[in-house]
Design a protein around this ligand. Sequence first.
Ligand code: ADP
Ligand code: MG
Length: 306
Amino acid sequence: MSKKQKPPPNPPDHDWLGQAKVLSEAMPFMQRYGGETFVIKFGGNAMGDGRLADLFARDIVLLRQIGINPIIVHGGGPQIGDMLERLKIKSEFIDGLRVTDQETVNVVEMVLSGSINKQIVSDINAAGGFAIGLSGKDGNLIKCDKAARATRDSDSNIEKILDLGLVGEPKEINPHILALFDESDITPVIAPIGTGPDGETLNINADTVAGAIANAVGAKRLLMLTDVSGVMDDADQLITDITITEAKGLIEDGTISGGMIPKIKTCMQAVNGNVEAAVVIDGRVEHALLVELFTEGGVGTLIKTD
Ligand code: ADP
Ligand code: MG
């Protein structure tokens, strides 16, 4: 079903032998991954850069071409933030999750399912792939419970349950829908919107969705593309690999904060569950996916079991 793409022009002094060697060196990785499912979370900031988004789309088409089944889950924090600002709607965050009222969730769904999802689908299709966009509503892909967060008051030590509003926690993934994509040539692109217990529309953190889907399909890899080099330590140095216990410690002492919290918690659950490996990688780097998957060099943080 893929369209044939014209190869890009090469300069006259192009290193043909080097190019052939690179392909040959990638072969063992291709053999290892053929037929496997990878869940890829595409983060808000890398998506905002047209050139990086085009390269990402090309990389996805390449993965599909060599027999990998990529499932893409996208975020959209910065784009949602821009639109809320234009509409003069205020929002606050608790542990990296946006507190969401009805007015906000309307905007969230419009931006995620309408604008961003279709942009990624078009980019993949333009790169010669065959992508279909859906949200957690389509085919009942993601049924949710409402999310809540507990905090402890530092003075009284009394635990308070904070209401995040229309925020969902995936409860049930419909694997039949994803199996259909698996058997076909189609790359699914998923917007992190789900249905709540009373049929309401819920906003879900995209990292959480990626993790729930990776677990449901038993993905070989969960790859989280983001806007930093990976997990940084308290001296702002990149941590190339981290165990679950170490990661818990860094969340407790505040080294890991904000949007990195759901990302790392999701990776921890994934490697404790059905997923073979989870990595946070730098989506600002060109071809970050290819570097991570087809070379010995990594570009981020690997989350490991203890
Ligand atoms: P995404 O769109 O990829 O989900 P988020 O903003 O939600 O991006 O999460 C990534 C952000 O997490 C980083 O830009 C950084 O500001 C923040 N962060 C907090 N703690 C850390 C840490 N220890 N290492 C790296 N990033 C961190
Ligand atoms: Mg985030």
